[in-house]
Structures are given as C-alpha cells and as structure tokens.
Design a protein around this ligand. Sequence first.
Ligand code: ZN
Length: 222
Amino acid sequence: MLDLSRFPDLTEKMDALIATARRCFDLRLQTNAGGNLSVRLDAGDAIVIKPSGVGFAECTRHNLQIVLLDGTILPSDHKPSKDLDFHLDLYRIRPDINAIVHCHSPWATGYASAGLEIPCLTVQTIEKIGRMPLIPLSHMGGPQTETEISPVFTDTNIRAAVLANHGTIGVGKSLMAAQYLAEIIEETAHIAYVRDTLMAAHSKAGANMPVYGTAADARAAQ
Ligand SMILES: [Zn+2]
C-alpha cells in the first residue's frame, strides 16, 4: 500500500477538483456522468481523477481516484475513466500541465461534430487560447485516445482542443485555468453559432476576425 503521506496536498487538490466539477455542472458544461477532469499532485508523478460512472455533481473525496503516472490505480471501488490513458499521457509529455478538464459541452461539440474548427473570433479567445485544433475520431471510428490527442499537445502552445463527435479538452497550470478554458471554448462556439446564423440570415459573407487579443499586443506589433 502506497504511503499517502507522500501527497500532503491530496485533500486540497481533491477539494479543488470537487469545486471545479460542481462549477462545470452548474454551468451545464457537463451533465450526466460523462466527461472527466483531473489534477496533478505536487509530487509530480500522480494525479487525482474523476472515475467512470460518477457525475460532475457527485464527486467526493471518497470516490475520486489516485493514479500514478505509470498507470497504477490506487485501490478504489470505482472503474477508472475511459479517458484515463489520455490524461496520463498528457501529464507525461507536458510537465507544464497540472490540470485537465474534459467536457461534452453542447455548442463546442456541435461544431466539432459538423467537422468545423471553432473560429477564435473574440479577442479573449485569441488572447487566452490562440488556436483550438479539431481532433477527428480514431481511425476505427471510435473515441479519440492518446494516439490522436497527444500529438496535438506536443506543441506546448496548445492549451485547448475539440474532439469531433465527443467534446472538449482544456489544460492548464491549475484546475481554475483549465476550467476557464472549458468555459471559453463553449462560449466561443456559442458566439460563433450566433454570428454564423445572423450572417446567413442577412446574406453577409465574410466577417472581421481579431489578429491580437490585447491592445498592448496590437501596439507592440506596430
Ligand atoms: Zn469524453
């Protein structure tokens, strides 16, 4: 049995994950028991993750799982998340990632399922995300795994991606940072849908897109 005193931040990180999951649920970024989220412990070689079959609103200190980056799952009454392997792989390849929020949020997933990359059409999206690649289904037609996801995130500038017919991924230095990205992805998809609908209704072709996310960036480039 692993000595849990190796993880003095365990309770704090579990409570932060529970609060983040609750916020995702309250914002309807994730209903039912789908999606998942995880956070890296300070020891560096272990994470806390929501297990399979537990809703974002039902996470507790007792049902969250502790998993070592080598794939060892500490004793648990729950099945591991189907997406555990891609979480572990992203933590292995990106030391800058300390948290991952993966939701099946409807506006973003709708775009991705139409085969459309969500345009970074607001200044905040340009500043906070820059680009959110669309990752297609696996070649077998099933859900994306680390085989499809990890190559996209080897670029350390990538902080968000959207999975066709599946959902979204936001990564960050903290749970709050990853959570904010999950919210920005969904908000941007919603705004893009409104823009595209209004443009079609008014027979408008082409719209302005921001090049810079902040006024300071724009000034610096002149
Ligand atoms: Zn999923």
